[in-house]
Design a protein around this ligand. Structure first.
Ligand code: SAH
Ligand code: SF4
Ligand code: F3S
Length: 436
């Protein structure tokens, strides 16, 4: 038996989907009457919303959870949610016996119920369904930000890339009804939000599981573009195979849809792409990028890369390196392959030595940093439209351009939430610095 907690602390690991799930859980707990605190020591309930994407992500949380044994003395409730909850299930209780509940990504709507169970019985509770029930109250989300918001449009992933845990930790694709999405975005617009980011593991699959509604991703964009007050629409993430010509036209024609496309290639060798089950060749990828550049000449591109996939040779890595020379990405997330339990790639020996992975990573990073610096240098002196989001801890205004470049400038609070023209005069590693 536990007492009803009065305060909670929640920590998020992983991607934007987890951030949004955290905001929804925060909303549920505030509704329940709990107060949010930002120090673990002050909380009666601790929740860790975890990520399983790479081994390091899991080890960080397991280490953290292990250390919490001590706070157990004062009867703090401890919950593990998110992707690792689904990946490890009861194994979490075995390894960390002081965890009270494990709640899967598809069960966050059950948070209050599971809490009641644990409080009344004093026993550990586990709820990790593989299918997503469409009863999640997105409108309850308590958002961190007041200018931009994440909006979930599709959960899960049906792609099954051989290295990836997501199809197992988030289940199959379930598109959210478009009316619900529109209602939420209208509500956000009424509250003064200016930018929304549509979220899904593969937003471009939107609607394919709901043939009867006859609304695909680009159709949804046309509908959302009409909502007054929303100045910018972004989306994350896309699978290259599902990036359509219709989507490219939507990016070109809809004023609110930003000209930034995350277009993750993962690897530059066709043999590795095949082994990854990415279902496109390098040539098909280049063709699509060329088409996008033709339809939306000012589009900027992002990518994700995995180096050191099992059996990747030096020559095959060079092909990935060459991709960067051909396409100077403005954003690149670079990762070393990490073998994940339950994925097909786990059957293959993780045979590229860590030192080689690290070397490949460093080479790509250097090239990318150089290219990104050149891109920023080319922007100096030309005014760009920045949505001012907030004041930084050091007192400057921070915002982003349409193509996702971070910009820092000086100015009054009244600029927060406005589209402001800023002329960049210099830049550092990640950020353009300019004046209004
Ligand atoms: N749905 C997104 C990816 C989500 S995971 C997409 O397809 O783009 C984010 C990134 O993590 C992936 O794009 C991939 O580059 C990387 N990643 C996933 N599994 C990995 C693994 N086992 N080892 C290393 N990187 C991995
Ligand atoms: Fe993982 Fe591939 Fe799905 Fe992306 S598309 S979430 S990399 S399985
Ligand atoms: Fe991690 Fe799950 Fe996101 S594994 S990256 S939190 S979908």
């Amino acid at each position: 038996m536990y007492q009803e907690p009065k305060s909670f602390f929640i920590r998020t690991y992983g991607c934007q989907m987890n951030e949004l799930d955290t905001e929804i859980m925060v909303g549920q707990l505030l509704k329940r009457g709990l107060t949010r605190v930002h120090e673990e020591e002050l909380a009666d309930l601790l929740i860790y919303n975890t990520c399983s994407i790479r081994d390091l992500a899991e080890r960080k949380v397991m280490g953290k959870l292990g250390l919490l044994g001590r706070s157990k003395k004062k009867k703090t409730l401890i919950g593990v949610t998110g992707c690792m909850a689904v990946a490890k299930k009861e194994a979490i209780f075995k390894k960390i016996p002081h965890v009270d509940f494990v709640l899967g990504t598809n069960n966050i709507s059950d948070l209050n119920e599971v809490l009641n169970d644990v409080i009344h019985t004093g026993k550990q509770a586990l709820r990790t369904d593989s299918a997503f029930e469409e009863n999640l109250d997105y409108l309850a989300a308590e958002r961190e930000d007041s200018v931009k918001a994440h909006v979930s449009i599709i959960r899960g992933c049906d792609k099954f890339c051989t290295y990836c845990v997501v199809p197992y930790t988030r289940g199959k694709e379930v598109s959210r009804p478009h009316d619900d999405i529109i209602t939420e975005v209208k509500m956000l617009a009424d509250k003064g939000y200016k930018e929304i980011t549509l979220l899904g593991q593969n937003v471009n699959s939107y609607g394919k599981d709901k043939k009867e509604s006859n609304i695909l991703f680009h159709d949804l964009l046309y509908k959302l573009d009409q909502i007054d007050g929303i100045k910018r629409i972004r989306f994350l993430t896309s699978h290259p195979v599902d990036i359509t010509k219709e989507l490219m036209f939507a990016i070109r024609d809809l004023p609110s849809v930003c000209e930034f496309v995350h277009f993750p290639i993962q690897a530059g060798s066709n043999r590795i792409l095949k082994k990854m089950h990415r279902i496109y060749t390098k040539e098909e990828y280049f063709e699509k990028v060329a088409l996008l550049k033709e339809i939306v000449p000012n589009a900027s591109l992002g990518t994700d890369i995995i180096v050191g996939f099992p059996t990747e040779t030096d020559e095959e890595f060079e092909e990935t390196y060459e991709v960067f020379k051909k396409i100077p990405y403005s954003v690149a997330f670079l990762y070393s392959f990490s073998s994940r339990q339950g994925t097909p790639a786990m059957r293959w020996k993780d045979d590229v030595p860590e030192s080689v992975k690290e070397e490949r990573l460093q080479r790509l990073l250097e090239l990318h940093n150089r290219q990104a610096a050149e891109e920023r240098a080319s922007m100096l002196g030309n005014p760009v439209e920045v949505l001012i989001e907030k004041r930084t801890k050091t007192g400057q205004l921070k915002g982003r351009t349409r193509c996702w470049k971070k910009v820092i400038t000086e100015g009054p609070d009244s600029l927060i939430g406005t589209l402001t023209m800023v002329t960049p005069h210099s830049f550092n590693h990640q950020t353009l610095i300019g004046s209004v």
